[in-house]
Design a protein around this ligand. Structure first.
Ligand code: PLP
Length: 419
């Protein structure tokens, strides 16, 4: 009886139920105005619907099959790796769909502890702590670690989640110019009056594909007695000889104190994030970090994916190295064709176009030729610096890359971006 009534109530007449009342009507008017404002400013973000697994070749909902995908963070192609998928299925069957609980109440399984141990081993750190995302890891670290007596020095182009995490803490805040070591040094001098100094930077910056000058940052940190924090979302798994990240690439693994990174990009691509570093720091985060304390445990299937991805990377460095040659092929062919590609040696390859409209129409035209790339313009990137961001994956074939370059040349000539 009850079940039938509930089902009828949920299904209703098939239409949604709008809240009534003056406040609800006022809210609706305000929301519609805001949405109109976003559309009017030309900054509306729409989502393409994918009807297949993530990979270099996609099927889009409503038709488009065999689309060549150049805009995922699937740097190593592990998102659809058969062993990664099998590990997820096994974890799901053995450990269930989820824990229905936060970690400290009834939500820690052996696989969570194993994965934390594996992450720490991968990065050669003392311990690690899992979060539902790296956004959460960034939201949860600064407030737990820094007091009003401390200082945090942050690159002005750091990821939004670092900016939000820093907003939540009560430390004194310094924002230094992007990768500008003179500015960082001046700010470190000013910050000497504080108890503890933490320099926070993305290891690799996702809009420009540039890599933080970590050697210089670590030298300054040593000189001014500061700690270094890096966000390695666009580095873990593929930068450095063994894919350990920016700190390995630049030879400063022993100088960076704290690493935050994601399981949702190169490491299987499911979801999840973590902090790895000194054991007492990780112990403190388990006691004080709010996104960890008050959010559900990572689902077993997600843990299974990440754990297998790390196994694959620790077994051999061939995967980590597999992408570099592809990146080099794309960057050199595009540069030879006359395009300007921002950054250096990173699989994020921003094709710099300047004009926002040009970036948008070229990206559309690329899709009509079966190449999926995304145009970025203000406010995501500075005015006048619109671009199409191309992301290379280890599972792109040389032919895939050549097809993408050829399409860029045709589209660039058609729209006047190339002579
Ligand atoms: N940090 C950086 C630099 C990122 O690019 C992202 C994702 O876009 C995040 C943090 C957030 O990672 P997650 O998707 O795991 O929340």
């Amino acid at each position: 009886m009850w079940r039938g009534a509930a089902v009828r109530a949920v299904r209703g007449t098939g239409s949604s139920r709008a809240a009534s009342g003056a406040a609800a009507a006022q809210l609706r008017r305000w929301l519609e105005g805001e949405l109109e404002g976003i559309r009017g400013a030309g900054t509306w973000k729409s989502e393409r619907i994918i009807a297949s697994r993530q990979g270099p070749h996609l099927r889009l909902a409503g038709g488009g099959a065999g689309i060549l995908n150049f805009c995922a963070n699937n740097y190593l192609g592990l998102s659809s790796h058969p062993q990664v998928i099998r590990a997820a299925v096994q974890a799901l069957e053995e450990f269930g769909a989820g824990l229905s609980s936060v970690r400290f109440i009834c939500g820690t399984q052996s696989i969570h502890k194993d994965l934390e141990e594996k992450i720490a081993r991968f990065h050669q750190r003392e311990d690690a702590i899992l979060y539902a995302s790296c956004f959460d890891a960034n939201a949860g670290i600064f407030e737990a670690l820094l007091t009003p007596e401390d200082a945090v020095l942050s690159d002005e182009l750091n990821h939004a989640s670092i900016i939000d995490g820093i907003r939540l803490c009560k430390a004194n805040k310094y924002r230094y110019k992007h990768m500008d070591m003179h500015d960082l040094e001046a700010k470190l001098q000013d910050a000497q009056k504080h108890r503890l100094r933490l320099v926070a930077t993305d290891g690799a910056f996702s809009m420009d594909g540039d890599i933080a000058p970590l050697r210089e940052i670590c030298q300054l940190a040593q000189k001014y007695d500061a700690l270094v924090f890096i966000d390695e979302c666009h580095a873990t798994g593929f930068l450095g000889p063994n894919g350990r990240g920016t700190d390995e690439l630049l030879g400063v693994m022993d100088k960076v104190t704290i690493i935050n990174s994601t399981l949702g990009k190169a490491l299987g691509g499911a979801a999840g994030g973590y902090t790895t570093g000194p054991k007492p720091l990780i112990d403190l985060l388990r006691q004080r970090s709010r996104p960890y304390l008050f959010s559900n445990s990572l689902p077993p299937a997600v843990v299974g994916c990440a754990s297998k991805a790390l196994d694959l990377l620790m077994e051999s460095n061939a995967i980590a190295q597999s992408m570099a040659a592809k990146t080099q092929r794309f960057r050199s062919k595009m540069t030879a064709a006359g395009f300007t590609i921002s950054g250096k040696d990173h699989p994020i390859c921003p094709v710099m176009l300047g004009d926002a409209r040009l970036a948008a129409v070229m990206a559309e035209d690329m899709l009509s030729r079966g190449i999926y790339v995304i145009g970025f313009s203000y406010p995501v990137v500075p005015k006048g610096k619109a671009r199409i961001r191309v992301q290379i994956s280890a599972v792109h074939s040389d032919e895939d890359i050549d097809r993408c370059v050829e399409a860029f040349i045709e589209v660039g000539q058609k729209h006047g971006a190339l002579p």
